[in-house]
Design a protein around this ligand. Structure first.
Ligand SMILES: *[C@@H]1O[C@H](CO)[C@@H](O)[C@H](O)[C@H]1NC(C)=O
Ligand SMILES: *[C@@H]1O[C@H](CO)[C@@H](O)[C@H](O)[C@H]1NC(C)=O
Ligand SMILES: *[C@@H]1O[C@H](CO)[C@@H](O)[C@H](O)[C@H]1NC(C)=O
Ligand SMILES: *[C@@H]1O[C@H](CO)[C@@H](O)[C@H](O)[C@H]1NC(C)=O
Ligand SMILES: *[C@@H]1O[C@H](CO)[C@@H](O)[C@H](O)[C@H]1NC(C)=O
Length: 195
């Protein structure tokens, strides 16, 4: 090996290390209300930051097989998967959110974002493209961002985070409160499920 090539190797090694270090610092951990870091093995309930305002759960609509993600009186636990394969859930990482305790919805219990005539904005639903043949599926991924001691979900249509939209709440004429890509971000907190 020549000196220049080993220097080059060292350079790339350092570069990789620096990039890794940068990434490690970039994403903070997501913590539950007890101060424990969220991990991929536990189940969590998602609550709005305002006390006694229910929790995030599912709701059926008239539309066949459609399962919406809504804010209602109680929370249905979810699990998170971090796409960086870390056991801890980090902010700014792409996360999969899956409801637990519901039947697999045509093979999927994941959150997705869909679009149809029933709402003026894209909203969060459960399942896969197979479940929504007559809807438009919005391509993108969820991330958790921290806001002080609280968190919010964002939905990003690219990895570079240049086109992320806050997940807020959409309600039409006193109807169900859908989680949707509209308005102010829904500020949330996580509580580990005892089961
Ligand atoms: C996940 O977090 C819970 C509490 O927050 C803890 O009891 C459990 O051991 C953690 N699991 C792993 C694999 O870190
Ligand atoms: C992996 O983590 C880094 C830093 O936390 C983040 O910038 C990057 O977007 C993550 N990658 C994915 C695919 O989530
Ligand atoms: C969440 O759902 C997706 C899509 O159905 C699946 O690929 C993934 O394995 C699920 N994750 C967990 C932790 O169940
Ligand atoms: C989804 O599941 C429902 C019932 O659970 C079924 O009627 C429907 O055909 C399924 N759709 C697809 C595309 O598999
Ligand atoms: C990603 O986008 C969201 C929504 O615009 C923003 O709150 C967040 O700070 C951004 N994260 C990074 C790492 O730029």
């Amino acid at each position: 090996m020549t000196t220049s090539s080993s220097l080059l190797n060292l350079f790339f090694l350092l570069l990789t290390f620096t990039i890794k270090l940068k990434f490690a610092i970039a994403g903070g951990t997501v913590k539950d209300i007890d101060g424990n870091v969220l991990n991929i093995t536990s189940k969590y309930s998602i609550f709005p930051s305002i006390e006694n305002h229910g929790g995030v759960t599912v709701a059926k609509t008239g539309v066949k097989n459609q399962l919406l993600v809504v804010l209602s009186s109680s929370a249905l636990p979810v699990t998170f998967t971090d796409s960086n394969s870390t056991k801890a859930i980090l902010t700014d990482d792409i996360v999969l959110v899956n409801f637990t305790n519901i039947p697999k919805y045509n093979g999927s219990s994941s959150w997705i974002v869909i679009y149809d005539k029933s709402a003026k904005v894209p909203y969060v639903a459960v399942g896969s493209a197979k479940d929504y043949p007559s809807h438009q599926i919005k391509t993108g991924t969820f991330k958790i961002e921290s806001i002080g001691a609280l968190y919010k979900f964002v939905f990003c249509s690219d990895i570079a985070n240049t086109s992320c939209k806050d997940v807020g709440v959409y309600q039409e004429n006193g109807g169900i409160k859908r989680l949707a890509l509209t308005g102010d971000a829904l500020l949330i907190k996580f509580k580990k499920d005892s089961i």
